[in-house]
Design a protein around this ligand. Structure first.
Ligand code: SAM
Ligand code: SF4
Length: 333
């Protein structure tokens, strides 16, 4: 292997370049497709990786070829002093992209310091522009705070802001056009993500998923869409531009047409468990390795071994599918 060879290649030949780091499992929202309404059991704070521990893991994986980091949660902006972590990660050689997924509730106050710390890209979750529907799905009455957060992020100078909307049947249909109009006028790419079986309430059913092709059909009633060539090579979304040249959308068909063959990512939970798939049944405990004094070389070796047995794909569409014990907020979406 030459020094330029990728060092994180799985058993299927997929090269891993992308690490998603959850910084907390806590959240101020209670989205129906993610968390229960109440009585959530959160991780002990002492089990959360410290910023120094996260930085160490990022340093190790950067030498294995990972160059993209996304911070997520739970709600990442609930983790105190997140800009300090971003600054630390930004200084790691080899990391050239730091992004974050957020519900944007705290973004109004933090956007400037996040940008100053080196955060490059933002994905904001927003499922509905109708305040009542927002409240129904997020179980919080705060659409305006999210819109204010988005507005501030754009004003302080974030160049890449995407909006994530989970596509749920009998809910999202009425929201799609409003989100698209907003994206086109404000310059946000809107991404629709098929509802996946990762909800704490375990109420997911295939019938509750609004499928990507149905979303495309709905949009085509009003707009001519132009598929973006080869978009699967750079990410999970099938992307489309509008024929009038104004705006872009992405459709993530995680259920109806999984992108597992192209998957280039792994995840680390807030309590330091490496997961090689959203739907992994096994985890690799990096926190214990670190806290037991492992060397960088042995941490790297553990990550390489974990990646080697990365799942070929998820099994949502197979009879032996098993929903993971962790819900989305505790994995890190
Ligand atoms: N709290 C932040 C947020 O909501 O943006 C970050 C964490 S959240 C778990 C990350 C992403 O996962 C969000 O875009 C959310 O909409 C998405 N998500 C959560 N549960 C999901 C599910 N069951 N199916 C599809 N996407 C889901
Ligand atoms: Fe919180 Fe994000 Fe889950 Fe909604 S999707 S409950 S905002 S972690």
């Amino acid at each position: 292997m030459t020094s330029n060879s990728p060092k994180l290649v799985d058993g299927m030949g997929r090269t891993i370049v992308n690490l998603r780091i959850s910084v907390t499992d806590r959240c101020n929202f209670r989205c129906t497709y993610c968390m229960p309404a109440d009585n959530v059991e959160f991780m002990e704070r002492s089990n959360l990786l410290t910023f120094e521990e996260i930085h160490r893991i990022v340093t190790v994986v950067s030498k294995l070829g990972i160059n993209r980091i996304r911070l997520t949660g739970g709600e990442p902006l609930m983790r105190k002093d997140l800009p300090s972590l971003i600054k630390m990660i930004n200084e790691v050689e080899g990391i050239n992209d730091i992004a974050m997924t957020t519900n944007a509730y705290f973004l109004k106050d933090q956007a400037q310091s996040l940008l100053d710390a080196g955060l490059k890209r933002l994905n904001v979750s927003l499922d509905a522009l109708d305040p009542e529907k927002f409240r129904d799905v997020n179980r919080r009455d705060c659409l305006q705070s999210v819109l204010d957060g988005l507005d501030t992020a754009r004003k302080v100078g974030f160049k890449s802001i995407k909006i994530n909307a989970v596509a749920v049947r009998n809910f999202s249909e009425t929201e799609i056009m409003g989100l698209i109009e907003m994206g086109r006028s404000e310059g946000f790419e809107i991404r629709f993500i098929e509802f996946m079986p990762l909800d704490s309430d375990k109420v997911w059913e295939r019938d509750k998923v609004l499928f990507g092709h149905e979303i495309v059909d709905l949009i085509k009633e009003k707009f001519e869409l132009v598929p973006v060539d080869n978009s699967l090579e750079i990410g999970p979304a099938s992307e489309y531009t509008f024929a009038d040249g104004k705006g872009k959308i992405g459709i993530i068909t995680a259920v109806s047409n999984p992108f597992c063959d192209h998957c280039n990512r792994i995840r680390m939970t807030a309590d330091g468990k490496l997961r090689t798939c959203l739907f992994s049944e096994n985890e690799h405990n990096l926190k214990d390795l670190i806290r037991n004094g492992a060397t960088d070389a042995s941490i790297a070796e553990a990550i390489q071994q974990a990646v080697l047995i990365k799942e070929p794909g998820h099994k949502i569409n197979l009879d032996d599918f098993k929903q993971p014990d962790r819900a989305m907020h505790a994995i890190g979406g």
